[in-house]
Design a protein. Structure first.
Ligand SMILES: [Zn+2]
Length: 389
């Protein structure tokens, strides 16, 4: 059991040198002590608390519905040092105790956060530049020329295993939070297995994932599982409006993200705001690349795939899912139009698999747009379904 005394005025270790716990989160990150959880995560939080602190919990659901935010809230609740009661409504972290304060500052000694470098800045845990050890010789190049890693590496998991064996600094739980858990490669995940099998007392793993099928089955089978679905549309819409989006923009962004509110907001933050989303089909049809060139390539390919999907739905007479119907051009089409669009969809899936490789983004953009424009024009030019003799 934990031995550290709570009365010891022990300085929390600074973030530097503890790579994954990087720097203090910017702003009031969701799920952190004192912060709000969106309405649709309240029930999931209660459900997770009802599981009775399993040593390993896998929270999964579509990207952007709040798996990570829920995991942070659960970690905060487990590390809060205020006794359960009125000061902690619904079992949430109190927001005032030393545990809550150090967690909010990003320096809690009993929390290890494993994020890919590329995500740390985005989620408000420092810039990511100090994440992981300095690049190894075989990776070549210094920090300035190295792209932030998108993987959770085996070294990080080894540190997590060592961390699990240490005594709790604040006398409570010790937690490793892994997000997105599917970014652990097989070697990294394998180093976890023994700790998952025989977890030290009061030690907890919280894994968050949008692709649990990509986790090692041996890891998955050792975790209790909590699945999050898409939130009710009105709650998602209200939350986005609370983040400063107009009602119309919130609706557009939510549709663009397939109903996942955090994903909707993240897209707007990456330059794909509601206005551009509405105009994107026309920009593509006209072959205008200036505004689209600002988007990260994976996001652009995803947008084109959704445009292709909606165009197919229009040919089949179904309502579009992602774009406003009036932005997509006339409904209807022919089997030939469907063939053209299917070929385009296949090609986009291929390009999506390569989108994170370091290739020449400008060339890729022009090629993608030329292909998109051609597919849309060919599909539109194909004779309509109902004009056959
Ligand atoms: Zn607290």
């Amino acid at each position: 059991m934990a031995t550290a005394s709570r009365s010891t005025a022990r300085a929390a270790r600074p973030a530097a040198g503890r790579p994954e716990a990087a720097a203090a989160p910017a702003g009031a990150a969701l799920g952190l002590p004192g912060g709000q959880l969106p309405a649709w995560l309240d029930a999931a939080f209660a459900q997770a608390q009802g599981l009775g602190e399993p040593p390993a919990l896998l929270i999964h659901g579509p990207a952007g519905v709040g798996s990570y935010e829920l995991a942070v809230a659960l970690a905060a609740a487990a590390l809060c040092e205020t006794a359960p009661g009125p000061a902690r409504p619904a079992g949430r972290a109190c927001g005032h105790c030393p545990g809550c304060q150090t967690l909010r500052a990003g320096t809690h000694p009993d929390l290890l956060l494993l994020l890919p470098e590329a995500l740390q800045g985005e989620l408000g845990w420092g810039s990511g530049e100090e994440a992981e050890a300095a690049p190894s010789a075989e990776e070549g190049g210094g920090k300035s020329s190295r792209k932030p890693s998108r993987e959770i590496r085996v070294e990080a998991l080894r540190r997590a295993v060592a961390f699990a064996q240490q005594t709790s600094s604040r006398g409570g739980a010790k937690i490793v939070l892994v997000h997105p858990a599917e970014r652990m490669n097989a070697v990294a995940a394998n180093t976890l297995l023994k700790t998952l099998e025989e977890p030290p007392p009061r030690f907890r793993f919280l894994l968050s994932s949008a692709a649990p099928q990509r986790l090692l089955p041996t890891v998955r089978s050792r975790c209790r599982s909590l699945r999050l679905g898409l939130p009710p549309a009105e709650q998602a819409q209200a939350w986005l409006e609370g983040q400063g989006q107009s009602p119309e923009a919130a609706g557009l962004l939510l549709a663009a993200a397939g109903g996942a509110p955090f994903e909707a907001l993240a897209r707007a933050g990456q330059g794909l705001d509601a206005a551009l989303w509405r105009e994107l089909p026309a920009e593509v049809r006209a072959g205008r690349s200036a505004r689209l060139a600002e988007l990260p390539l994976p996001l652009l390919i995803d947008a084109l795939a959704k445009l292709c999907h909606d165009r197919m739905r229009r040919v089949l007479g179904a309502a579009p899912r992602f774009f406003p119907a009036d932005s997509l051009g006339p409904a209807g089409g022919s089997p030939q139009a469907l063939r053209v669009l299917s070929d385009w969809a296949r090609s986009l899936r291929r390009e999506a698999r390569q989108a994170e490789h370091p290739w020449h983004a400008a060339l890729a953009l022009e090629a993608l747009l030329a292909e998109a424009r051609q597919a849309l024009a060919d599909a539109a030019a194909a004779p309509p379904l109902n004009s056959r003799p």
